[in-house]
Design a protein around this ligand. Structure first.
Ligand code: GLU
Length: 463
């Protein structure tokens, strides 16, 4: 068995979208699982629509997702000589020919076919003319004319295309540039690609590509055409369903591991398992369980999965991805022990890193913003003495530890004859400005003694 070689060939006409990322992932996972190779190729032959910004955005998103490539990025526009060589070979071997028909003539042929009730197509007029290369000529592939070309697909099974419906299609334009299907086949062939997983919007190209492989006497790669990603309303995923680009999900605070987990599960299954680490995906991914029915993108499910990934990660790994989200809120935090502890307290209750940053705010500001409703409800005159006593008692502990804080709470509960909640909630508001926060003890410990005491005293003045 030859080693597996897969590829991802995005056209750089925009950002990396969710559907493209999923295709890249399937190919990448299969290469990683089998110890094969994953190649990145930029299909930039549409020079009007391809941009450097798109190339950069695609590479950045792949890097962020942790999809690394073993070769490339190759650029299709830089491979013209290779494409030309293969076109010449096809002509020389009698599998392709120069055609001098003008676009008007070809249109007439199509029209004639249509009036005869046939599929409009080129009639093969230049096949036997033995023309040579001259300005204005195109190159066409000689296609079989009868029989069928069968796409054997690991996802969809066999699909037969009638050769009578495939005309002698152009493989080189009159300006000398290779047509898309020729470039794809030559690139895949010369790069040794032997497994191609792509969206089923490309299935229509595959019979033509197979005919080119056959004309070149080359082995076919394994094809797998995966269904498109749909929105919750079962329409093809589009802007109106929400964010489409991978980078938007990064900015919304999703973890790359959660995004890849969710996207892979949209078109592949391993029993009922929903949560996968990156390592598990690589171990368990296979081509046999790619789904035939389209996956529906549901942001709620991805968010729930993101929360699970946030919980499952060691806090230290979340610090650096959290920093840009803090920065967006104007908080300059460092990759240090303090932020790691902050993260630890927030991990169990954050759905995204953006949520986490917002919830972390009180740890970093000098004085937290006080939520008016929370103040009115919990910082009432009756708690003023309790708060002052708590501040004094906390200030007086020799070691600022959880057992010491528990002792302080116990004493105050007894002295004021209050339940735990009646003490914890005003203290929580005092320290964070809101009623929602991490567990009271862990939070007070991370905040530190001085700031805790200072905030409780300030709240007592408000009460
Ligand atoms: N460049 C094509 C695209 O971005 C991919 C072609 C292929 O996978 O064969 O849709």
């Amino acid at each position: 068995m030859k080693p597996v070689v897969t590829r991802f060939p995005p056209s750089p006409t925009g950002f990396l979208h969710i559907g493209g990322a999923r295709t890249a992932l399937f190919n990448w996972l299969y290469a990683r699982k089998t110890g094969g190779k994953f190649i990145l190729r930029i299909e930039d032959t549409d020079e009007d629509r391809s941009t450097k910004e798109s190339v950069d955005a695609i590479l950045e998103s792949l890097e962020w997702l942790g999809i690394d490539w073993d070769e490339g990025p190759y650029f299709q526009t830089q491979r013209k000589e290779i494409h030309d060589r293969y076109i010449e070979k096809l002509v020389k071997d009698g599998h392709a020919y120069y055609c001098a028909c003008t676009p008007e003539e070809v249109n007439d042929m199509r029209e004639q076919a249509r009036t005869r009730g046939l599929k409009p197509m080129y009639n093969g007029r230049c096949r036997k003319r033995g023309l040579s290369n001259a300005p204005g000529t195109v190159v066409r592939l000689k296609t079989p004319g009868s029989g069928a070309t069968v796409v054997q697909d690991i996802v969809k099974g066999d699909t037969a295309f009638q050769n009578a419906e495939i005309d002698d299609f152009i493989i080189r334009r009159s300006d000398g540039s290779a047509m898309y299907n020729l470039a794809v086949v030559v690139d895949d062939l010369t790069m040794g690609v032997n497994v191609i997983i792509r969206g089923d919007d490309h299935l229509i190209n595959t019979p033509k590509q197979i005919l080119i492989y056959q004309a070149l006497g080359a082995d076919l790669p394994v094809f797998g055409h995966v269904p498109m990603v749909l929105g919750p309303d079962k329409a093809r995923l589009s802007k109106r369903h929400g964010a489409m680009s991978v980078s938007e999900y990064r900015d919304m605070g999703y973890l790359p591991d959660a995004v890849i987990n969710y996207l892979v599960r949209l078109g592949w299954s391993h029993g009922d398992q929903e949560f996968f680490t990156r390592k598990e995906l690589i171990e368990k991914f296979d081509l046999n369980h790619l789904g035939r029915s389209a996956g529906m993108f549901d942001i709620g499910r991805m968010t729930a999965l993101n929360a699970k990934h946030i919980q499952a990660k060691p806090a230290a790994e979340l610090v650096s991805p959290l920093l840009p989200h803090l920065k967006t809120l104007g908080i300059e935090a460092a990759d240090d022990l303090f932020t790691r502890q902050v993260v630890e307290t927030l991990q169990p209750r954050s759905r995204t890193l953006k949520d986490m940053a917002a919830a972390a705010r009180f740890y970093y500001v000098d004085a937290p913003e006080m939520d008016e409703k929370a103040v009115a409800k919990f910082l009432t005159p009756e708690v003023c003495d309790m708060l002052n006593q708590a501040a004094d008692a906390i200030d007086a502990v020799s070691e600022y530890t959880q057992p010491a804080l528990e002792e302080v709470f116990k004493k105050i509960m007894a002295d004021f004859n209050l339940g735990f909640g009646k003490i914890a909630q005003p203290l929580r508001v005092a320290v964070t400005g809101t009623t929602v926060s991490p567990g009271i003890f862990e939070m007070l410990l991370v905040l530190g003694k001085d700031r805790t005491v200072q905030r409780i005293r300030r709240a007592a003045r408000l009460a």
